[in-house]
Design a protein around this ligand. Structure first.
Ligand SMILES: *Cc1c(COP(=O)(O)O)cnc(C)c1O
Length: 384
């Protein structure tokens, strides 16, 4: 499969005609257990916490699109992050990007820090600053790019090579980019984590996570931990994601085209203060984005002239196609207000310091017709 281009891989990998009937679609093996012919003789499947054929097909597909050898699906993105943390032991230290996904911050600070793991947060922009935080106990770098909700881009290749020099494992949360736009394993990462819930599933109907790696040792440890702790997704959800991945390339192309049209429109709008989208030539990390991503993605955020929370509310209330909701990456366009939603727990001063201003609006641009999306925003902006 590795010699094929992305769309071909997305459609064909992991999917073989079913051996019993020839069904072209992988069946939903809704079973907990498998009958063994005799003691010590089975067909590779014993119990669905350990393996399930629908899940195996999806894992092959995920490994292929992420240019990895091994993939493991988990019950949610957070279960995937949790599994990586379980590889650490008390006394170990982690350097994580600041401005990472709120749920990741929460699990680090409220679950793993009390267990004796130390977390440092760094913007991951200056290599010297990262290097200064490294010591003999540093085990893991936790990265995320583009970041949420400001769409900053960090240089994965440069950071991975620094980590390699010090023998530190690198995990990248690749949810925002999706494997269509960016493959961190190719840039030197050891583990790619996905909230499959988002672009990979793509239709806002599944919660799932995944970990992908090229290291046999890491893959075995993931498999051992998952079998032991049990956060596996069900076969029906695996089927839905297998189906979702078949159109990942088509969806992502349209997400990118639509986001570009909206970013350019907003960038020229007199009521808009600032647009954060890595595809804009004046984005501070545009060159890094061009180097490590195939396109610039469907996520963007923008702030308003005057920075009034009331104006942001007016816009969000007047959008008809952009639905106000957490989450992202589905075919339908969504809007959110980070200051009162995803980042409400941050003290106002902290929030403003990180650039999450009162009027900031985040959009997950869907695959509707761009003209309709532009009209929707234009109408909402006319109300302020
Ligand atoms: C949604 C999300 C997660 C968590 O995934 P769940 O599937 O909701 O558990 C982690 N990282 C990022 C970047 C996300 O957007």
């Amino acid at each position: 499969m590795s010699t094929y281009k992305f769309g071909t891989k997305a459609i064909h990998s992991g999917v073989d005609p079913d051996p019993t009937t020839g069904a072209i679609m992988t069946p939903i093996y809704q079973t907990s257990t498998y009958v063994q012919e005799e003691i010590g003789s089975h067909k590779g499947y014993q119990y669905s916490r350990i393996q399930n054929p629908t899940r195996t097909a999806l894992e092959k597909s995920l490994a292929t699109v992420e240019n990895g050898k091994y993939a493991s699906c988990l019950g949610s993105g957070m279960a995937a992050t949790d599994l990586v943390m379980r590889m650490l032991k008390p006394g170990d230290e982690v350097i994580a990007i600041n401005g990472l996904y709120g749920g990741s911050y929460r699990i680090f600070k409220t679950v793993y820090e009390p267990l004796g793991i130390k977390f440092h947060f760094d913007p991951m922009v200056e290599l010297d600053s990262i290097a200064q935080r490294i010591n003999a106990n540093t085990r893991l770098l936790w990265l995320e790019t583009p970041t949420n909700p400001l769409l900053q881009i960090i240089d994965l290749q440069a950071i991975c090579s620094l980590a390699k020099k010090h023998g530190i494992m690198v995990a990248v949360d690749n949810t925002f980019a999706s494997p269509y736009l960016q493959n961190p394993l190719d840039l030197g990462a050891d583990i790619v984590m996905h909230s499959v819930t988002k672009y990979l599933a793509g239709h806002s109907d599944v919660i799932m996570g995944a970990l992908i790696t090229n290291s046999e040792e890491i893959a075995e440890e993931i498999q051992r931990l998952r079998t032991t702790t049990g956060a596996v997704p069900g076969p029906q959800d695996c089927f839905l994601v297998l189906r979702g991945i078949k159109t990942l390339h088509l969806r992502m192309r349209q997400h990118c085209i639509n986001a570009k049209a909206i970013a350019e429109y907003l960038n020229a709008h007199p009521k808009v203060e600032k647009v954060n989208w890595p595809g804009l030539p004046d984005h501070p990390n545009h060159e890094v984005a061009k180097k490590q991503m195939r396109d610039f993605g469907g996520m963007l955020s923008f702030s308003l002239v005057g920075d009034r929370m009331e104006d942001a509310k007016t816009i969000l209330n007047n959008c008809k196609l952009f639905c106000l909701a957490e989450s992202l990456g589905g075919v339908e366009s969504l809007s959110s207000h980070p200051a009162t939603m995803s980042h409400a727990a941050l003290p106002k001063e902290e929030r403003l310091k990180t650039g999450i201003v009162d009027s900031l609006i985040r959009l997950s641009v869907g695959v509707e017709d761009a003209e309709d999306l532009l009209k929707d925003l234009d109408n909402a902006l006319s109300k302020i």
